[in-house]
Every structure is written in C-alpha cells, then in structure tokens.
Design a protein around this ligand. Structure first.
Ligand code: FAD
Length: 464
C-alpha cells in the first residue's frame, strides 16, 4: 500500500474543501484533497447550487422569450423540455470543473480520487475507484464531505418516477404534473423551475407559511407569485404514503387527500455525508442527521480534526461553506483568516429571486426595537421598466431614532446582488451604517441599486 505524507488532508472538494485547501496551501502547508466523485467541485457543482441555478437561468430566458412582445416578431411562444434546459446546465458544470481543477493545480494541491475513511486521527485511507488502497498521513484533517438528500425508509426511491434533488437531474422527460414534497429553499426553487417550464406543480409544505424565516411580506410575495405561475401550495400537510404506480405516483396525505402526478420530487431534509468516514476509529460520533459538531474554530472534539460546510449543519449554503473551510484552515495555520461564519445573507433563487440580510419586521417587533420601513417598488424604477423586470421590491428596516440600518429585504430581479450593497453599508463602523448614506450618495442611473435611494427617501418621509 502506497503511503503519502501531508500537513493537511481535506476530505471533499466542494466549496468547504476548496476554501480550506486554498488557504492551507497559500500558508505553505503540504495539502492533499480526497474526493469520492469522479471530478472536482463537490455536490455544489454537480448536484446542487450550480445545476439548479443554471436550470433556473434557462427557464427565465424561456419565460422572457415567451412573454416579451418584441420576440413575437420572430416567432410564437415556445416550450422547452426539461432535458433541453438540462443540457445548458451541463455546459456550466463542465466549465466550473475546468476552472476549479485549475485552482488546485496552480496551488500544487495533490488530488486523490476515492472514498476517504479514518484509520486513526493522523491517517486517512483512500479506497480509489479502481480498487487501490492508499494511505495518507496528516498532521491535521478537515472533514468537508458535504450532505445528500435525506431518504426516509418508507419512500421507494428506486421507483422510476420518484426522485430526490440529486436524481432529478436524470429526469429524461417533462412531466405534465409534478408533486414537490418539502417547501424549503430547494423545494421552492424547483417549484419555480418546473412551473416555468409549464409543469403543473403541487408544492407540499409541512408548515403554514413558506420559508417562515423570511420577512412575512416577502414570504407572502413568494406565495403569490408561485400561485400565479400555477403552483398549487398545500400547507400543513404530511405524507402518509408515497405510492409509485405505472407512469406516475399517488401521494397519500395524512389529511386524507390523494394527489396523483407523473413524477414526485422529494425535497424534505438533508443528511451529512459521514457514514463512510469510519468516525469510530477516531472516537467521533455524528448526530442523527449525520452532522459533526465543531467549536468556533471549526475544531471537532478531536483536537487535530476539523470540519466545515454542510457536514456541520446550519446554514448549509455554498456561500458559507467556502468561508467555513477557509476559516478551518485559518485556524490550523494560525493566521488571521479564521472567523466564525454566523452572519450569512439569504439568497433564494426562486422566480422571483429573494435575498435578505439582518433582522426582519417580526424579529424587530418582538425585540421592541422602534424601527421604520422604507420601500422601493421595482415597477416604478426606470432600470426595471427597461429590463421588463417590474416585479419586485426593496425594503429597508432602520432605527427611527439613529437611522441605523437593521435589515434589508428584497425580492425580484437581481435581488441576491442588490442585497450586498445594503450588507456593505450595514457593516460600516459607527455612523457609516445609516440611511443617510443612500440619500447623500450619487447612484448610477438607471440602475437597480437606485432602489436604495428611493427606499431611503420613502423611509425618511415616514418619520415625524
Ligand atoms: C438543489 C440545491 C440547490 C442549492 N442552491 C444553493 C444556492 O443557490 N446557494 C448556496 O449558497 N447553496 C446552495 N445549495 C447548498 C450548497 O450546494 C451546499 O451548501 C454546498 O454544496 C456545501 O458545500 P460542501 O463543500 O460542504 O459540500 P459538497 O459541495 O457537497 O461537497 C462535498 C464533497 O465531498 C465528497 N465526499 C463525501 N464523502 C466523501 C468521502 N468519504 N471521501 C471523499 N469525498 C467524499 C462528496 O462526493 C462531495 O463531492 C444548494 C443545494 C442543493 C441541493
């Protein structure tokens, strides 16, 4: 058995693994990454963030073509199949793999393709896809093995019409009717994608409100627009049985309802990828969701073993995973790059897009903070009218006495970009973080960013 010696060995090449690998390597450590998929990039690139965002982009282009009167000169509205839009996602994935692979090569990071497990706390064994066993020794190990869809035992995922968010990328046809079970971020994003392709979607929610962590007004707006696009949202429902039939699925709900569709997409929960790691060999135990507990330095209970990304649970976002991985490596190399990632913006790529940072109205009211609201509706803004993107709103919540910005909530075109302007201002020290910035600063015109100026004036006008 071949043995290789490293300073830091990283398990997984998603955003958490990549952030960790780059930081450790730039600090002069000898680094190896073990990846059990056949290409680099992690679940993020191959199954999660990238394919879903590329699919959504194509769907939005189709919607634009079908609704913009300009395009009627060149043809009638057209519908595209799911496999058609999947092809464009595959092109993006290939480009991402190429760029990410080059980062590792440029930073002289060794890659081992195979499944990693612990022999002891300084030894990782890699069982490669062609059956070869290799052994890597490491002073430190960072676990960045991500997560996968949770699969309850009573749902038959071998049935050809029952999918989860990984296997949906193998869907070879466009269903006429689709049941999406689970109305979290992934479920609502896929509801937007499929309804944009003209599929009738039943979105089954265990709760009484969509994405209840959002500002109520934004959550209501999302429900309105999903319904407008033919998504039937069914709140407070739980499955009793998922029955796979020939060419379809019948969902039996505990409430007594039965729903029939051509396909069923399970989007209810995820589990950490820890089962193949042989954690027992290092005295570590994952929780019931397969997640590993870490401290604010991303260190596990075993002093030289760290963990980052989806495998540690919240927030389970690629955005945070990269910073967590980078921070885990920062804590190993003891430079100033370790920070505990707890202030994460929300970016939800539904149609319309949603993004927010800071507190929402419910939280501020509960905390009895005297806040005021400033709003800008996209329908009145020049850039939105030019782009034909008039659905949306920016809402700034600010302290009515100090004018400090307490929260920024946005839905509509470019929401996930727009929110970063608010985030940057909220992070300014002292009086830099007030509404005054937006009224005393000249913005490019016409832009979507101008919404901040409009919302700031609207908010100031409410003060007395
Ligand atoms: C449909 C969907 C849409 C999403 N959209 C967004 C979004 O828009 N924005 C956002 O920020 N986040 C989004 N996410 C979440 C995001 O994809 C994850 O948070 C992110 O991928 C986590 O990164 P990671 O590095 O922890 O793990 P991953 O990206 O999952 O990478 C982990 C890698 O480790 C490998 N691995 C597992 N076990 C082993 C082992 N024993 N040995 C070697 N390798 C192993 C896995 O195969 C995988 O390649 C989405 C997720 C899904 C499912």
């Amino acid at each position: 058995m071949a043995v290789y010696n490293y300073d830091v060995v990283i398990l997984g090449s998603g955003p958490a693994g990549e952030g960790a690998a780059m930081n450790a390597s730039k600090a002069g450590r000898k680094v190896a990454v073990v990846e059990n998929y056949s290409q680099l990039g992690g679940g993020c690139t191959h199954l999660g963030t990238i394919p879903s965002k590329a699919l959504r982009h194509s769907v939005r282009q189709i919607l634009q073509y079908n609704t913009n009167p300009l395009f009627r000169q060149i043809g009638e509205p057209r519908w595209f199949s799911f496999p058609d839009v999947l092809k464009s996602a595959e092109r993006v994935i290939a480009k991402q793999v190429t760029s990410r692979t080059s980062y590792y090569a440029r930073n002289r990071i060794d890659i081992f393709f195979g499944t990693a497990s612990f022999a002891d706390e300084n030894t990782v064994e890699v069982f490669s896809h062609n059956g070869v066993l290799e052994r890597l020794t490491a002073k430190q190990v960072i676990i960045a093995t991500g997560s996968r869809p949770y699969r309850p035992a009573d749902v038959d995922f071998n049935h050809p019409r029952i999918y989860d968010s990984d296997t949906i990328l193998n869907l070879g046809h466009t269903p006429r009717r689709l049941i999406i079970y689970g109305a979290g971020v992934i479920g609502t994003e896929y509801a937007s994608i499929f309804s944009g392709l003209g599929v009738l979607v039943d979105l089954i929610d265990n709760r009484d409100q969509l994405l209840s962590f959002l500002d109520d007004e934004i959550s209501d707006a999302l429900s309105y627009h999903l319904r407008y696009n033919n998504v039937l949202i069914r709140h407070n429902e739980e499955y009793e049985r998922v029955e796979g039939i020939t060419n379809g699925v019948i969902l039996h709900l505990k409430s007594g309802k039965k729903i029939k569709a051509d396909a069923f997409l399970w989007c209810n929960g995820r589990t950490g990828n820890t089962d193949s790691l042989k954690l027992e060999n290092i005295g570590l135990k994952a929780n019931s969701r397969g997640q590993i507990q870490v401290d604010q330095q991303y260190r596990t209970e075993v002093p030289n073993i760290y963990a980052a990304g989806d495998v540690i649970g919240w927030p389970s976002l690629a955005s945070a995973a990269y910073d967590q991985g980078r921070s885990a490596a920062g804590s190993i190399v003891e430079n100033d790059s370790c920070r505990f990632v707890d202030d994460v913006p929300t970016g939800i790529y539904t149609i319309p897009e949603i993004s927010s940072i800071g507190k929402n109205e419910r939280e501020l009211t509960q905390a009895k903070i005297p806040y005021e609201v400033g709003k800008a509706f996209f329908k009145g803004m020049a850039r939105a009218q030019i782009s034909g993107e008039e659905v949306g709103m920016l809402k700034i919540l600010f302290h009515r006495e100090t004018l400090e910005i307490l929260g920024v909530h946005c839905f509509g075109y470019q929401a996930s970009e727009i929110v970063h302007i608010g985030q940057a201002i909220m992070n300014q020290p002292g009086e830099g973080n007030t509404l005054k910035f937006f009224v005393n600063t000249t913005f490019n015109y016409p832009t979507m960013a101008e919404a901040y100026r409009v919302a700031a004036f609207d908010g100031l006008n409410r003060l007395f």
